[in-house]
Design a protein around this ligand. Structure first.
Ligand code: DAH
Length: 360
């Protein structure tokens, strides 16, 4: 039988020198595996005389236990060392500020909707909503647009299909946010102060028109709300929205079936050097339609026109976004071009507020 001390020295040295768990496993197999050196020696015990077998068996068992213990200890040591190395490599200073990572951007239309909402919320307007597939009663009749009224044609309406033989007038894709006025008054009555931002649809498509676009409607009804209140509200809005100290608005007499009197509102601006500046210069830019809500509209919404009066306005959100952020083509708004979105988009965490700044 080989000298057990020599064997012991050989294996313990090998174990101490093993660099990883794979090397350790090789040593274990060489010594204690089924065909390992020590295992084979144990098998040879069977052919020995009983006394010699007892002595040699005990010695072999001791050696086996020693090697086994050394293997386990080395294995644990290697695991500890690996963990230490990982901990050292993955050390992290949790007190460092987070690194900003772009996770997409806020679309300019969403940004402007949030800005408009923040400004009017600050003036006490709540947000109202209505459906995009609208009945012709809310989209037209209740707004004093009779079936034969030319405004119905002007709106280039998309009609929803009805089942064949169904005599009811078809629903429409709402052509403006004005029907939300009716819904809000029906639901809440007067007094009321709401804005209604949302999608609208018209059959139109060029550099400044898309078949789907966005408007925001405004409505304020009380006992003595006048045109003067409308003017102040809109001036205040424009100052806040365009983030300029001075704005000048021009009210131009106009006509809408749902308001009387009606006014289109222009804002003073300059195009000097091809760049739009709001609040200075000698040009005027139309930004919205408005007026005093027609008594028939109040009545259609269940509000008594003998007791209540107020103003309404409607403006294009996409157009506001183009003006404020210098975006030349409306069609690009809805093409989902990632380069465009990265260029014109806003950081996801920057929520516009009146006190914190709208577009910083
Ligand atoms: N609904 C009109 C449009 O889409 C905009 C508008 C004009 C809304 C005057 C109003 C208003 O509330 O008073 O062209």
């Amino acid at each position: 039988m080989a000298d057990l001390n020599t064997l012991k020295g050989k294996y313990l040295a090998g174990i101490a020198a093993a660099a990883d768990e794979g090397a350790l496993e090789e040593i274990r197999l060489a010594a204690l595996g089924k065909k390992g050196e020590i295992s084979l020696m144990m098998r040879e015990l069977g052919g020995m005389a009983p006394e010699a077998r007892q002595a040699a068996g005990a010695q072999l068992n001791v050696l086996k236990d020693e090697i086994d213990a050394a293997l386990r200890a080395r294995k644990a040591g290697l695991a500890d060392a690996a963990l230490d190395a990982r901990l050292a490599a993955e050390w992290l200073d949790v007190t460092l500020p987070a690194r900003p990572r772009r996770v997409g951007t806020i679309h300019p239309v969403s940004q402007v909707m949030d800005e408009v909402t923040a400004i009017f919320a600050d003036m006490g307007f709540a947000v109202a909503e209505g459906p995009q597939v609208e009945s012709d009663f809310f989209n037209f009749d209740a707004l004093n647009i009779a079936p034969e009224h030319p405004a119905r044609q002007e709106h280039d309406t998309f009609f929803m299909a009805r089942a064949e033989g169904d005599p009811r007038p078809p629903h429409v894709l709402r052509t403006h946010t004005s029907p939300v006025q009716i819904r809000a008054m029906q639901a809440q009555g007067a007094p009321i102060r709401v804005i209604a931002p949302g999608r609208v649809y018209r059959m139109d498509m060029d550099q400044t028109h898309a078949p789907m676009f966005h408007q925001v409607e405004g409505l304020a009804i009380g006992r003595d709300i006048s045109m003067a209140n409308l003017k102040w509200t809109l001036e205040e809005f424009c100052r806040a929205f365009f983030e300029v100290a001075n704005v000048e608005l021009r009210f131009r007499a106009s006509h809408f079936p749902f308001t009387e009197p009606s006014a289109e509102v222009d804002i003073r601006c300059s195009w000097a050097g091809g760049q739009l500046k709001i609040g200075e210069g000698n040009d005027w830019l139309e930004i919205l339609g408005s007026g005093m809500v027609h008594p028939k509209v109040l009545a259609a919404a269940g509000v008594d026109p003998a007791e209540w009066q107020g103003f309404a306005f409607g403006m294009g959100i996409d157009r506001l976004a183009m003006l404020k952020y210098g975006i030349p083509d409306l069609r690009a708004f809805f093409e989902s071009d990632l380069r465009w979105l990265r260029h014109y988009g806003f950081a996801a965490g920057d929520v516009p507020t009146v006190h914190g700044g709208l577009s910083r």
